[in-house]
Design a protein around this ligand. Structure first.
Ligand code: FUC
Length: 812
């Protein structure tokens, strides 16, 4: 504590925040299962470290390793014929018929994200391990395991290096020549291993040509390898090279036997033949063997310390941009699983909450750095051949949730993999709109994969018949601009894609009772009950549909104004936007989810699709549209606080947007409820596994990212044209410091607060735009004759800024 204080006093508080030394997940026993293993990743290569003393298991992934091949964009040529019939049924209010006909618009399932393999280290220990310890340091992205056997300390240190494209391990023993182990590798996919020489093992593999989603109960083969065209099923390569300093290595048929060594360095390289979403991954694949070998050759020329310091430099470049400390970040000397358990039982532990926030940032830095391959439902960490929901990109909430925090948490570059994927799906999506609906522009439906699948899948229309994935993803194109103010990016990349998404929406809207509506429409993934008692999915003008389209049109209009182009198109959008079916308040005072004031088949459904306008949209706010904000609050109350991990993550954000910090905080506490530990049932759904990964259940990473985003929304909001400092602080976070959050308009914000009141902030202007600040308490801007004025229950002030300048805000 004293050391912290000494560090903090003479320096600015940004340095003080970085002194947080508790950013570790640590345990006093090995992982008993995957949900206790620790994830590392360089954005492309991922590993789950189990930390077993004797039989260490390291489960490996590579972000481009998926089943399948380029997608057939016209799998259902009869589809457009059914659209008019569905619309007629909906006009006739024959919802049953509409639901049935909607299934005639279905196409193919997405493919699956596949595991790469397992690395196994079998130690010859001759004794029982004691003093066991393992951790994952999230401020340096290094995992360590150590234990004692007969007075010898065995240590394993491991990290995934992005600059060098390899996973690196250092194994040591505290006494000379005590390391004896056997190393080999295997894969749950088709593979063969080759022991290349005394130092190297190669694993050559082949991914399935097709993998059915895990929720499909099929009598036929669900994982298929046979594709004579060589257009489906990519090849992959794993290379393991072992450097021993002073022992011996003997090769056997299956692996390498290391004997009597004191230190051993291992490099892992892997690559696939994936050559882009539209290329046959085998026949026209890239040379995965050559790439893996190159990565290995490059890394091999460097020392362990060199690799580690380059890894630190690279990782910290991202991680250190943001620091969070709440109430002094009290430390707890407890293993993370025990700490979670105590928290679950009601202990106060804001230190754990800040770790959870920074763990979200850690996970994104470790999983979102591959060109065109964003973080999927499990980031990059998956050990199932048929993973839950194919570990794909589910765009009716989950993929977007993964990226809600990317800009505000100062990781803007990590948005690019998603933006690259959007470019791909816009290409297949242009064919899908044409082939399925005879429409212009582009869209995708409720999920996609590395092959940029964009068609409506099979199954329940409540999720399959939702053609607004493109419009929702387009919000991310806009947000990247809103935060960075990069006009060139807006012009060259974002605007053309956003515009074509709007073109699809214009084609998709039809006129009904004087309004523009979507038809068919669903509200993912809820079911309504009509007045006649019919339970259905398909109707018209659901609130989510209309809100997403309003959001898209608003963003495209603004973008075209900034770029000074498309005057006529902009006028058309404005005119159509005014005619969109408006938000409705239902008889219970709720924000109506459906076109009519119907009941929900499942009132506590985990999705809250109809609240899009409140978050992540910017249509509803207690400050701008109190009536609709109250209705949204009522809807949330009716839905309740339950739900899966991501559902709670979503609700944290939504309650923060309602400026109710205490309710958001209640959900954070529930989100951090320990789950998945044998013999204990703390929670029925959602929660957090001992390794701090989010439970759907099973594991799904969106809850981690959604939770981190929610914490950010409690501390800073900027969606209403101003930068709102500390909009939703809960009572539990009376004092604190946050460094380096980003706000729309191109601002970087650092704040300290005490007694829930802003004490001081700095705002760095990155784009030179005028800045409007909002705070719940009065403030002044140092050096400028600017004083905040009362506004709608808070205080605001506007001042011009100079690019690069830093402004100090003093709370009163
Ligand atoms: C949606 C959700 C499920 C799950 C899946 C990946 O379909 O309704 O709960 O998160 O996506």
């Amino acid at each position: 504590m004293l050391k912290r204080l000494i560090l903090c006093i003479p320096l600015f508080y940004s340095t003080c925040l970085l002194a947080q030394d508790d950013l570790k997940l640590w345990y006093d026993k090995p992982a008993r299962n995957w949900n206790e293993a620790l994830p590392i990743g360089n954005g492309r290569l991922g590993a789950m470290i189990f930390g077993n003393a004797e039989n260490e298991l390291i489960q490996l992934n590579e972000s481009s390793l998926w089943s399948g091949g380029p997608v057939n964009t016209n799998p259902n040529p009869m589809a457009p014929k059914h659209l008019d019939a569905i619309r007629k049924a909906l006009r006739d209010e024959d919802y049953k018929l509409a639901d049935e006909l909607a299934k005639k618009l279905h196409g193919l399932f997405t493919e699956s994200y596949e595991p790469l393999g397992d690395l196994s280290l079998r130690y010859n220990l001759n004794g029982t391990p004691t003093s066991y310890y393992r951790d994952l340091n999230i401020s340096s992205a290094v995992a360590t395991t150590h234990f004692n056997v007969n007075g010898v300390t065995y240590t394993r240190e491991m990290f995934a290096s992005a600059p060098d494209n390899v996973i690196v391990m250092r194994l040591t023993s505290s006494q000379p020549k005590a390391l004896n182990f056997f190393i080999d590798a295997s894969s749950p996919l088709y593979y063969s291993t080759e022991v290349v020489n005394e130092n190297e093992i190669a694993l050559h593999g082949k991914a399935p040509s097709h993998t059915d989603p895990s929720y499909m109960q099929t009598m036929e083969q669900s994982v298929i390898y046979n594709d004579p065209t060589l257009c489906r099923g990519m090849r992959f390569e794993l290379r393991i090279r072992v450097k021993n300093t002073d022992g011996t290595i003997n090769k056997s048929e299956s692996g390498l036997e290391v004997k009597d060594a004191s230190e051993v360095i291992i490099h892992l390289a892997a690559a696939t033949s994936f050559n882009g979403f539209d290329k046959c991954p085998d026949k026209d694949g890239i040379d995965e063997k050559k790439i893996a070998a190159e990565h290995l050759t490059n890394s091999w020329s460097k020392t362990y310390d060199q690799l580690k310091s380059e890894h630190f430099k690279d990782y910290k470049k991202y991680f250190d941009r943001v620091g969070l400390s709440i109430n002094g970040n009290p430390k707890k000397d407890l293993p993370t699983d025990k700490r979670l358990e105590a928290y679950t039982k009601g202990e106060i532990d804001v230190g754990l909450e800040t770790i959870y926030f920074q763990f979200g940032r850690y996970l994104l830095i470790s999983s979102s750095r591959s060109h065109g391959i964003p973080a999927n439902l499990q980031g990059i960490w998956n050990h199932h051949v048929r993973p839950p929901w194919s570990s794909n990109y589910t765009t009716n909430i989950n993929t977007e949730m993964n990226y809600w925090m990317v800009e505000s948490c100062n990781l803007s570059e990590l948005h690019l993999p998603l933006i690259d994927l959007i470019k791909n799906v816009a290409l297949t999506g242009t064919l899908t709109t044409k082939n399925f609906y005879g429409a212009n522009g582009w869209t995708i439906h409720h999920n996609t994969d590395i092959w940029a699948t964009s068609n409506p899948m099979s199954g329940s229309p409540s999720w399959a018949n939702w053609p607004l994935g493109g419009a929702w993803l387009s919000q991310h194109l806009w947000e990247h601009y809103a935060f960075t103010r990069d006009v060139n990016y807006l012009k060259e990349t974002a605007y053309p894609l956003m515009k074509e998404s709007a073109v699809f929406c214009l084609d998709w809207l039809i006129e009904q009772n004087g309004y523009l509506v979507t038809s068919p429409a669903t509200s993912p993934e809820n079911i309504y009950i009509t007045d006649k008692g019919y339970k259905g999915a398909v109707s018209v003008a659901t609130t989510m549909d209309m809100s997403i389209i309003r959001d898209l049109f608003t963003n495209v209009i603004e973008a075209s104004e900034i770029l000074g182009i498309d005057v006529e198109f902009r006028a058309t959008l404005s005119e159509k936007k005014a005619k969109l079916f408006p938000l409705q308040i239902g008889k219970k005072g709720n924000l109506q989810e459906w076109y009519k004031d119907w009941e929900d088949a499942e009132p506590q459904h985990r999705h809250i699709s109809h609240l899009f306008g409140l978050f992540p949209g910017r249509e509803i706010s207690p400050l701008k549209t109190p009536e609709f904000a109250n209705a949204a609050r009522k809807s949330l109350e009716l839905r309740g606080d339950g739900g899966t991990g991501w559902s709670k993550g979503w609700k944290i954000n939504v309650w923060a947007r309602l400026l109710d910090g205490n309710h958001a905080y209640k959900l954070i506490r529930e989100q951090l409820t320990l789950t998945g530990v044998e013999g204990t049932v703390y929670t029925a759904g959602g929660g957090t596994y001992p390794n701090m990964l989010d439970a759907h259940p099973p594991f799904q990473i969106d809850g981690n990212f959604g939770g981190a985003s929610g914490i950010t929304e409690m501390l800073l909001q900027s969606h209403l044209g101003n930068v709102h400092l500390l909009p939703a602080l809960p009572d539990a976070w009376a004092s604190g410091e946050i460094k380096g959050l980003r706000a729309r308009g191109g601002f970087e914000v650092t704040m300290t607060w005490t007694n829930k009141k802003l004490k001081q902030a700095t705002v760095q202007s990155l784009a030179g735009t005028s800045c409007t600040l909002r705070s719940n308490h009065p403030f002044t801007v140092k050096g400028l004759s600017v004083k905040s004025k009362p506004d709608n229950g808070g205080y605001i002030a506007t001042f011009p800024t100079k690019k690069g300048s830093v402004y100090t805000i003093l709370g009163k």
